[in-house]
Write a protein that binds this ligand. Structure first.
Ligand code: ADP
Ligand code: MG
Length: 435
């Protein structure tokens, strides 16, 4: 079974809804890869005054925004009625319960009223599949060619990456996925579509959370990731030394075949059980201690140049750790490609360092375009399509019929099926993860 749109059959169009945190998002995605519309109503301005996401405010804002966002996404995709589509997908976790409920309840209502199958999507699987979305505007009719790996070659590096992305399973898997967002930092070995092995995760704060908290300490603004990146541009990352958590001193030559890579950090992952795990909480404390020490010495830690230098040192450490562990896992598991996703994958230094490093190795690297790095619904539509195509046979989906694929007619769902979906429902990604 494959999600291929063979024989010119009409595109399988999914309305996807995402409200797991502070973005109210809806998108229409065709055949899991073509974005027909993608609306995101960000709540950043609303939460800025709190310096972080205020959960109750987030869920109330979703209630206010969701109808317009969904209507706009349908209109952008020239969909007059939900019934014209093939399925509805919604993020059902992980995330803030009150926020998730808004999207899940709307999706249930739409699916029940229209009779369309409802596909629950794990938010992290959504981030992973942001790397499978085409963003070059190629029409759905080109899908056959690109699915066969014969899509238009040439163009930008990312165009050719996307063409390559469409290659056969043996070209693509195993793939190493680094998920780096505000809530998660995970290294996942993707053995095939919708088949994952969790290699490591953060033991405490996520990378994005660390960016946000350090930005708050330095009073650089919210959200912290872009603020730290902007400050670091005029900073000297060498002025202050910060610890690289769960790394050990090492020489470049220790990590073959990366010896030639100029960007490889001179630290290596620790040995043992935490080799692929992360920890960013102590790094945040190290920044706080550094600031206190500077102030004891009579310096102003938040003075523009000093704050920029601290931001640059912090960003360098995070990138070193993320890249060092990703490079180590890529070598260990002999992966065919590396994908980075989640909000922190928007970070310029991380993207640049990863590009340089994996280019040296000739290992394909994929990062979503910037607008697909942070939360959006297009990635949820993509994940839903692949899950519906590849995972239902192994893992029955109550809402889509036990063996439905995007090109089967779904069995008629019952009211009970819809009521069964809640935000604590067992999450597909977690279910399929083996340690
Ligand atoms: P989540 O899924 O956890 O709600 P997102 O995937 O939307 O979060 O990612 C949001 C996180 O990404 C925030 O912590 C934010 O600071 C971080 N982020 C966004 N842009 C950048 C950047 N350029 N550099 C580093 N971090 C970034
Ligand atoms: Mg996210």
């Amino acid at each position: 079974m494959s999600p291929k749109n063979a024989g010119g059959s009409p595109a399988y169009r999914i309305l996807a809804i995402e409200t797991s945190c502070d973005e109210t998002a809806a998108a229409v995605v065709a055949d899991g890869r073509h974005i027909l519309s993608n609306r995101v109503a960000s709540q950043i301005e609303l939460h800025r005054r709190f310096g972080g996401v205020y959960p109750e405010v987030a869920s109330r804002q979703h209630v206010l925004a969701i109808q317009t966002v969904v209507e706009d996404a349908l209109a952008d995709a020239s969909v007059a009625h939900v019934r014209e589509l093939d399925a509805i997908a919604v993020t059902n976790g992980p995330g803030l319960a009150g926020s998730l409920l808004v999207g899940v309840n709307l999706a249930k209502g739409l699916a029940f009223a229209s009779g369309l199958p409802l596909i629950p999507v794990n938010h992290l699987e959504g981030h992973i599949y942001s790397n499978w979305l085409c963003t070059d505007g190629s029409p759905v009719a080109d899908l056959q060619a690109s699915e066969d790996g014969n899509g238009p070659a040439g163009g930008s590096a990312s165009d050719s990456a996307r063409t390559q992305r469409s290659g056969s399973a043996s070209d693509q898997f195993p793939a190493l996925i680094l998920i780096v967002s505000g809530g998660h930092t995970e290294l996942v070995l993707m053995e095939g579509h919708c088949r994952y092995r969790l290699l490591g995760a953060t033991l405490d704060d996520a990378a994005g959370e660390a960016f946000d908290k350090v930005a708050r300490l330095l009073e650089l603004g919210y959200p912290g990731g872009p603020a730290i990146q902007a400050a670091a541009e005029s900073g000297d990352g060498g002025r202050f030394q910060l610890p690289r958590p769960l790394m050990r001193p090492g020489r470049r030559t220790e990590l073959q075949p990366h010896a030639q890579a100029p960007t490889l950090p001179t630290v290596l992952p620790v040995r043992g059980e935490h080799r692929f795990n992360f920890s960013f909480s102590g790094l945040k404390t190290a920044v706080l201690n550094l600031m206190r020490q500077l102030e004891r010495e009579g310096a102003e830690a938040r003075q523009t140049q000093t704050a920029s230098d601290i931001a640059a040192a912090f960003q360098m450490v995070v990138v070193d750790v993320l890249l060092g562990k990703t490079a180590d896992a890529a070598a260990e598991f002999g992966v065919k490609q590396v994908c980075i996703c989640g909000g922190v994958s928007a970070n310029g230094l991380l993207r640049q360092a990863a590009e340089q490093h994996f280019a040296k190795l000739g290992l394909p690297l994929h990062c979503p375009p910037l607008f697909l790095c942070t939360d959006n619904a297009a990635m949820i539509g993509a994940a839903a399509y692949y899950r519906q195509s590849y995972a239902v046979a192994r893992q029955p989906s109550p809402m889509g019929g036990p063996h439905s694929t995007p090109h089967d007619k779904p069995s008629e769902p019952s009211a009970r099926d819809f009521l069964a979906l809640d935000v604590y429902a067992s999450l597909p990604l977690v279910d399929s993860i083996q340690r």
